[in-house]
Design a binder for this molecule. Structure first.
Ligand SMILES: [Mn+2]
Length: 418
């Protein structure tokens, strides 16, 4: 058997729409919008430059039904580039591109082989002595243990299991096609090319069971480097497995501890330092989009809350100064006054009274009347949190509204005094 190399990717979610990103003013929308295709272009280029023999796409190539034929045509062209170089592609449908989900179809180049969805199918590359066992999802929600029906290994060949699965369950991922590492190991295959979990994970070493993670992070829940896995096989043994980052835009959460901060300047300094660290550590030459979380207990909490809208612009400006391709997705303010201040501001009997408001329409109406001026001032303050505050008021959550008022008002009064 000759030596060979292949690329294993999954969860590409081509042309995945951007949810809610439009309201994050300042983020490079065009770059993010085109990121899943740009990352896939990178995968094809890598296959060509590394001269791999084939690629494996282990589910969720598409993000769901195509909006139009553009997505399919894009993929057909990308596969054409591979076909010209004699590189085959083995494609398995996952929950997002199950047979029942995609209503449109196109004939792919002959170099693209798609696993059937009715039963496990074995595809092969006889010239390399490689067999691939896999079963596509027929419907979006597959709770059967698909792997249990995969065929026995083919002796003498290099056996690859291709499976879209949550294994024993993974946080944030639907428990589709459940299986276990032990069950996969017991099959005796040489490599398991998994998909579905959006983080790179070497689940087992012998044999290698690998989630490559998704190819491109699409939102703040998909942080860190994303890419594919390059596998090198020599003498029927996996000789090397390398994670190859291919994302063109990267996401990161940046937490800034504001504990003890006594001035706006010291908050700015802390933000600047954390942004600079995050950029240095994570960007690797790519645009980096960050969610900044200000945390901790500090006297300045009320003042920060009161200027939340302005603070967002300040953090955007600090980010731009660290690097022109460092962008703010969202600023979250979780700084609270030191505990003693909070309880002084909201005495127990007031809390008890507020707790009765939901059951007492007259009381609720009178509180709403008293707080209307405060709520109006807040919503006109171009403040990222005023929406949450209005929602709290509308829902009769007066404890939240008053707590915010109690934290904000002393700061505002101090400003007036000075
Ligand atoms: Mn999936």
């Amino acid at each position: 058997m000759s030596d060979f190399r292949f690329l294993h990717a999954a969860d590409i979610h081509l042309d995945s729409p951007l949810q809610g990103l439009a309201r994050y003013d300042g983020v490079p929308l065009e770059e993010v919008r085109g990121a899943t295709r740009a990352a896939f272009d990178g995968l094809v280029s890598l296959a060509l430059t590394e001269r791999v023999d084939f690629i494996v796409l282990a589910g969720d190539l598409f993000d769901g039904d195509w909006k139009d034929m553009g997505t399919g045509l894009y993929f057909a062209r990308a596969m054409g580039r591979l076909a010209k170089a004699g590189i085959s592609a083995f494609v398995l449908a996952g929950n997002h591109d199950a047979a029942s989900v995609l209503t449109k179809a196109l004939p792919w180049p002959e170099s693209v082989k798609v696993f059937g969805s009715r039963r496990p199918e074995t595809l092969s590359l006889p010239e390399l002595g490689v067999v691939l066992h896999g079963q596509s999802f027929a419907t979006q929600h597959v709770y059967d243990d698909l792997a249990s029906r995969y065929p026995p290994l083919e002796p003498g060949a290099f056996n690859i299991g291709v499976l879209h699965t949550a294994l024993g369950g993974a946080e944030g991922h639907a428990p589709y096609a459940p299986s276990s590492v032990a069950a996969l190991q017991a099959k005796g295959y040489d490599y398991w090319a998994l998909g579905h979990v959006h983080d790179f994970q070497r689940v087992s070493e012998r044999p290698l069971v690998v989630f490559p993670g998704n190819l491109q992070g699409r939102n703040i829940r998909e942080t860190g480097p994303k890419g594919a896995v390059l596998v090198e096989v020599q003498g029927r043994e996996v000789a090397d497995v390398q994670f190859m980052p291919l994302d063109v835009v990267r996401w990161s959460r940046v937490r800034v501890d504001c504990t003890g901060a006594s001035s706006l300047d010291s908050v700015h300094a802390a933000v600047r330092q954390r942004l600079s660290e995050a950029h240095g550590r994570e960007a690797e030459g790519r645009p980096l989009i960050v969610r900044v979380e200000l945390e901790g207990e500090a006297e300045i909490a009320g003042a920060l809350r009161d200027r939340a809208g302005l603070l967002r612009a300040e953090v955007q400006s600090l980010a731009a100064a660290v690097a022109p391709d460092l962008w703010l997705e969202k600023l979250n303010l979780h700084v609270h006054p030191p505990r003693a201040t909070t309880s002084e501001a909201l005495p127990d009997d007031l809390l008890a009274l507020l707790a009765e408001a939901p059951d007492d329409p007259d009381l609720a109406a009178s509180i709403a009347e008293d707080l209307r001026a405060f709520l109006n001032a807040r919503s006109s303050a171009e403040d990222g949190e005023s929406g949450e505050l209005s929602a709290a008021a509308a829902g009769g959550d007066w404890v939240t509204v008053l707590r915010t008022a109690a934290e904000t008002l002393p700061a505002r009064l101090r400003v007036r005094e000075s």
